[in-house]
Design a protein around this ligand. Structure first.
Ligand code: C5P
Length: 230
């Protein structure tokens, strides 16, 4: 049977690291749904679409020319023939992505593509089996793949998440770097939580709190959850 793992959590919780690790260990594809919302935000900006024009944004996303690499070691993102792998991680996209992601029409469009990818990768096909997939985001355990074999909510104390993001973005977790990151993380989590429920685990979803765990301990704990739940 091919394995489908759903993984949610707030920004800086370590979802991508855990998700990629589980995909490698189990030979699964890896779908970063945040990258899809980021690509949508980049595309709207690229086409000069006003993010407050909800209908125009939905129209653009409905025909989003997006190519995603599902290999956990080669997570390239191409939009309209342009390699946007780095561009979708800039502060500008990070600042505006929630405006696109809280547009319910956009969520409906991306939900359909995410479900299609998960169904394709997670379903036995003909003689061969789909390889299975890890899908990570904010609403995978609840809306996109509530029937996944394994559902995990990865959480961490706000201070731990802040320190990780500051290190990632500014190469330091000193006071200046923490303050520069705090606003961005807090606002984004507050905006995102108006449309998806990722701050508390839904029924049947296992919570993994990495606040006091090292990276190696977090990965080992995630592996144990998969072994127990699958
Ligand atoms: O996970 P990441 O920080 O890359 O996600 C970027 C943004 O995409 C989030 O801030 C959120 O607005 C949106 N998102 C979402 N639902 C998901 C995944 C991401 O709304 N399943």
């Amino acid at each position: 049977m091919s394995l489908v793992i759903a993984l949610d959590g707030p920004s800086g919780s370590g979802k991508s690291t855990v998700g990629r690790h589980l995909a490698r260990v189990h030979g699964l594809g890896y779908l970063d749904t945040g990258a899809m919302f980021r690509a949508a935000a980049w595309y709207c900006h690229h086409r000069g679409i006003d993010l407050d024009d909800a209908a125009a944004v939905v129209d653009a996303v409905a025909t989003l020319p997006l190519e995603l690499d599902l290999d956990p070691d080669a997570t390239g993102v191409v939009v309209d023939g342009v390699d946007v792998t780095a561009a979708i991680r800039t502060t500008e996209v990070t600042t505006h992505v929630s405006r696109v992601a809280t547009n319910l029409g956009v969520r409906a469009e991306l939900k359909a593509s995410q479900r299609a990818i998960i169904a394709r990768e997670g379903t036995p096909q003909g003689w061969s089996e789909g390889r299975g997939i890890v899908a990570e985001g904010r609403d995978i355990t609840t809306v996109i793949a509530p029937d996944a074999d394994v559902r995990i909510l990865l959480v961490a104390r706000a201070e731990a998440r802040l320190a990780r993001r500051a290190l990632e973005l500014h190469g330091s977790a000193d006071d200046g770097a923490l303050e520069a990151t705090r606003d961005q993380i807090e606002r984004r989590d507050a905006d995102d939580s108006t449309v998806s429920q990722f701050l508390a685990a839904a029924d049947g979803v296992v919570t993994l709190d990495s606040s006091h765990l090292s990276l190696a301990e977090t990965l080992a704990a995630a592996e144990r959850i998969v072994a127990e739940q699958r």
